[in-house]
Structures are given as C-alpha cells and as structure tokens.
Design a protein around this ligand. Structure first.
Ligand code: AMP
Ligand code: MG
Length: 189
C-alpha cells in the first residue's frame, strides 16, 4: 500500500512550488510520489464539456456542477495506486461562500494518511498573488486571506477526525522556500 498525502493551502501560498522542490529532493533518495493536482482533474472534465475556459473560472460555476466535478475527480484519484500527493484545497472561496474541497463523500474515498497545510502570513500571500500573472486570482485583502487560512485549519481538524489522518503545518515564508521544501520532504519520507 502506498501513502496518500493531501496538500492544501490558500491560492498563492506556494503549494505547487514547495511540492515540486520536495519531490526533487526525494527523487534523489529514490523515494517516488506521483503528484496529482485535484483542480486539473476537475478542469479536464469541465473544459471538455465546454463549461470553462480556464481553471480559475471553476469556482464561479454553479455549486451543483462544482460538486459533480469534485465527485468525479475524487473517484478517479482514489483509484490511483502507490505513493500519491494530492495538491488541493480544504475550502474554495466561491460567490456563495466557502465550498469544502474535501467533503465527506470525497475524503472517505481518498483515505489520506496525512493532511498538510501550507501557510504563511497573509501579507506575503497578498503580494504573491499580485505578482503572479499566470493566474486570475480573486481580489482579496490580507485580512480576508487570514480568515480563509483560519477556516481551513478548522476544516483540517474535521478531516482528521473523520479519517484518522495526521495534520501537519508547513510554513512557506518569504526567503525561506528551502526551509519549506525540507520540511515538506521530511513529512513525505
Ligand atoms: P489550484 O490550481 O489548486 O488553485 O486549483 C484550481 C481550481 O480547481 C480551484 O480554484 C477550484 O476551483 C478547483 N479545485 C481544486 N481542488 C478542488 C476541490 N478539492 N474541490 C473543489 N474544487 C477544487
Ligand atoms: Mg497550485
């Protein structure tokens, strides 16, 4: 049986960057993980069906459609064997409020061993969002980003009690990416 690790964090915190760094380190040690982006699984279906043109449009879709995409992605990912990292979100900010990224019917299929929250100060996340031209990030103040991170911690606690997984916090602070990468790699060993 492989290990299944879920990695979450608010948009712009640098999840994908930290994951890539950690996987490179582990590869040198002969430890292999398949890295899966939950949103990409959803986007494949949503774009094929002509529902969205870019991945940042998905959180604006009707809640029922997002749930259906989520369910399909969860099923497909649950079927993947071996060591797996799932890059996703505890909650998604939608116009109707926070949508749980891993509701009960998704998380019980995924059966994670560990849930990692990548976090840093909200001001740093705000700056990173402003500097990233590749994504269409929502305009949001620092305080609101802080509240989103707080809410994600509560959801992480709920997921831990539902599944028995452990919860780990990895700080990805400015100028300290290497520390975050080492910390993440250590969690995956
Ligand atoms: P990301 O590239 O991780 O920021 O994800 C892009 C988009 O995919 C997000 O803005 C969400 O719309 C969607 N997404 C990713 N993971 C989930 C999830 N677990 N549940 C619902 N939507 C998700
Ligand atoms: Mg990402």
């Amino acid at each position: 049986m492989g290990r299944r690790i879920i990695i979450t964090g608010v948009p712009g915190v640098g999840k994908t960057t930290v994951i890539e760094g950690a996987l490179k380190k582990l590869e040198e040690e002969g430890i292999a993980y398949r890295s899966i982006n939950f949103g990409s699984f959803m986007f494949d279906v949503a774009s094929r069906e002509g529902k969205v043109k870019d991945r940042d449009q998905m959180r604006k879709l009707d809640r029922g459609i997002q749930k259906e995409l989520q369910r399909m992605a969860g099923k497909a990912i649950a079927a993947i064997e071996g060591n797996v990292i799932i890059d996703t979100h505890c909650s998604i900010r939608t116009p109707q409020g926070f949508l749980p990224g891993l509701p009960e019917w998704v998380i019980t299929e995924l059966e994670p061993d560990m849930l990692i929250l990548v976090e840093t100060d909200e001001d740093q996340i705000l700056q990173r969002r402003l500097k990233d031209p590749t994504r269409i990030r929502d305009m949001e103040g620092g305080k609101s980003i802080g509240e989103h991170q707080q809410f994600n911690r509560m959801i992480a606690g709920a997921i831990a009690t539902q599944t028995g997984c452990t919860v780990k916090f990895v700080k990805n602070q400015d100028f300290l990416l290497e520390q975050a990468v080492l910390d993440m790699a250590e969690s995956l060993r």
